[in-house]
Design a protein around this ligand. Structure first.
Ligand SMILES: [Fe+2]
Ligand SMILES: [Fe+2]
Length: 193
């Protein structure tokens, strides 16, 4: 089903184009299209899948200080890792802003909120967004191609575990890693496959 079948897709796209640089808009569209293609097999609501894909990076391009200001203004919880690396707030902040601006559902809110790190117990739409964000066809790195291939050949859960493992791997030498990134992988290893 094309993303244009989501009744509010046009509105979201207009807002994205006003707010984000061109490559980020393209990534958001690819993510929404990839999610749309997964929505049948994963039994996701198509409108919710498109909405989460289009809006997940709504706050990705704020300034470092603005992340913190906007989060504090809304009295959102800020973790140690988010304080050190405020861009980690871009998911939680996008979830809040999109709820204020577009009245998104709780399912879409959760998916956007956790799309960077995942978290134990994350719902299916959140898991699908986590994979689509990493593996949408505009992502040219080798691991994205590997994730797409795993998804085709071994199914969604295999791709999900692979993406979570790669996120931990990519972050292994970074000074700041959000603890949710690691505990999400452990949770997946325990509960899937
Ligand atoms: Fe993101
Ligand atoms: Fe993204």
């Amino acid at each position: 089903m094309p993303i244009a079948d989501c009744p509010r897709a046009k509105t979201y796209l207009k807002e994205l184009r006003d707010r984000l640089p061109g490559p980020r808009v393209t990534h958001s569209i690819f993510t929404a299209e990839y999610l749309s293609s997964l929505s049948g097999t994963l039994c996701l609501d198509h409108d919710e899948a498109v909405t989460a894909g289009l809006l997940h990076d709504y706050c990705r391009d704020l300034q470092r200080e603005t992340f913190l200001e906007e989060a504090r203004r809304r009295r959102m919880p800020i973790s140690e890792s988010q304080l050190e690396k405020p861009a980690l707030l871009h998911g939680p902040l996008a979830a809040e802003l999109c709820r204020e601006q577009f009245d998104i559902t709780d399912t879409v809110y959760e998916a956007i909120y956790w799309h960077t790190t995942g978290r134990p117990g994350l719902g299916r739409l959140g898991q699908a967004l986590y994979v689509a964000d990493f593996a949408e066809p505009g992502r040219k790195f080798q691991e994205a191609a590997e994730a797409r291939q795993l998804l085709r050949k071994q199914g969604f859960d295999a791709a999900l575990r692979y993406v979570a493992a790669m996120k931990v791997h990519f972050n292994r030498n970074k000074p700041v890693i959000d603890p949710n990134t690691e505990i999400f992988l452990l949770w997946l290893q325990k509960t899937t496959g």
